[in-house]
Design a protein around this ligand. Sequence first.
Ligand code: GLU
Length: 279
Amino acid sequence: MTFTTRFAPSPTGPLHLGHAYSALLAHDTARSKGGRFLLRIDDLDQSRARPHWEQQIYDDLTWLGIKWNGAVRRQSDHFPDYAETLETLRAAGLTFECKCTRRDIDNAASAPQEGVPEFGPDGRIYPGTCRERNLSRDDATCTRLNMVKASQSTSAHFTETGPAFTGTHVLSSRDLQTTIGDVVLARRNMAASYHLSVVLDDVATGVTHVIRGEDLFEATRIHVLLQNLLDLPTPSYHHHSLIRDDAGKRLAKRDDARAIAKYRADGATPADIRAMVGL
Ligand code: GLU
């Protein structure tokens, strides 16, 4: 299979040095392997996605010397596909409808138990309140994966080549239940969660290697579980270290000071950016 990787930014703010590193690393790796480098626009959250940020992504990447293969995939063009897969998971009895607000979840979880983590990749681990309630979709605000059922008899595993977590990672049912829990798969106003959409996008575009930041490592277990449940192939993963600011804090979207566009305006060259991120 042709080595295929991708860069998948959300058009919700300017790309900064951390994005430049991620994009250049994925791009250079694909080129060195004679493979494909794809660009995807993760504009799932339509309330935050903006056309001018999308345009800025194209401009910044082009300026950096990055060429992507084939057409750009935009998540907003695929909402019906996500909905269809959600139906498959519903029909398999692996989901439940939930109407808990964030406050409900905080309150239900307000007595932390010793040795049980409070937070997972999606924030506070869902306490299971609606799992047995059998709510109808009309009463619910989101659809969650029933992790108790979904994690049963899983044999899912993945290979990681990034610096912090190199090795083979096997998903255990207990870990999935205690450290991840019933994650959201879709919301009333959003066709799919990040987890469901990226799993489907990666398989639809033939991604064989996911190269992305270390901050997404924990979410990978959710993605690999979903691939397993949906009988989809699992790519290899490489979670790279994050570019941090001088205080050691990871860069955020609002870190406009480190936006690629800002460096460009200040006269930096693409080679300067490569040097700044250590490539
Ligand atoms: N869109 C995600 C982000 O900007 C990345 C998706 C992924 O690499 O899986 O953080």
